[in-house]
Design a protein around this ligand. Sequence first.
Ligand code: SAH
Length: 337
Amino acid sequence: MKERLDRFMARANATYYATHNPYADFTTAPEISQGFGEVLGLWAAIVWQAMGRPDPVILAEAGPGRGTLMADALRAVGRVAPEFAAALRLHLVESSPELRALQAVRLPQATWHDRVDALPPGPMILLANEFLDALPIRQFVRHGRGWSERYVAESRLVEAPVPAAEQALPGLEAPEGAVVEVCEEARAVARQLAARFAAPSGGAALFVDYGPAARAPGDSLQALREGQFADPLADPGEADLTAHVDFAALAEAAHAAGAQALGPVAQGVFLARLGLPQRMEKLAAGQSPAQAAALLAGVRRLTEPHAMGRLFKALALCAPGLPVLPGFAAESDDHAR
Ligand code: SAH
């Protein structure tokens, strides 16, 4: 019995998120600095202004974890943009009942959905941090002039030929033996959002995740268990499986569906443009030396290139009529990757 890699990954992660506290195995930007959710909330408030202040407006998050990002965002929005706070309706996309229960403690006013395409219609701003990296990938291996595909059998990878109808799926030149990854679910999410945003009052989505700015061959499937890398194929459901996000493929899917894509911009550059360092320096000024040091260490971890500042990136998908959104530059952002 063999199972295609994406189906294996979907099954393993569904079990993992339903049976584990993921924060025992890894940490994420909103858990590292409260400023992360705060500046994303202010980003959403500015985007809402640019959209013409629709009321009501859906504020959505995909994969909210323990709800930290959104709780920080709503606190900042409540202080700085009370009209946006009054207009927004909170919707969360979360497949794990256990994580929904955690989210409900901090965000009792929310409505939950299983999938992005189940969100109600209407103007929307969606935030997502480390959501796309958890979606299942397929892996293709270059052999001669064609491709084979990876399956999992008894905790090992095996290959099977790809039918002619799917030979174009990898869509990338690669040397003999190289692996090319395709995340069909992430592309479907980009397409669905783009179709909504193609309407003038459609809105915008902000994805922060890790991966290269340009497509390249490579095997990025990884498992994290108690902070350590583990074998992704052993013990499915016991570790968090992730893969690099293919930002270029998402931008392409969005363009094809009539929306605008901005970025990807390196997380360090993006957060600096949103004023995260200054915001946290101001907050630190009123704290004890130990608390101030912790606040500033969090900022460095999120922004410095050798930490999370460069591998993590921000990509926005939005309505074509919107002006350039905060954190993104009008000209090519090549230097910011
Ligand atoms: N954004 C949070 C959590 C990241 S972990 C943070 O930054 O801390 C990934 C999140 O996505 C979890 O909440 C997980 O349950 C959710 N998730 C993973 N796969 C999903 C899927 N296919 N559909 C909906 N939610 C999913």
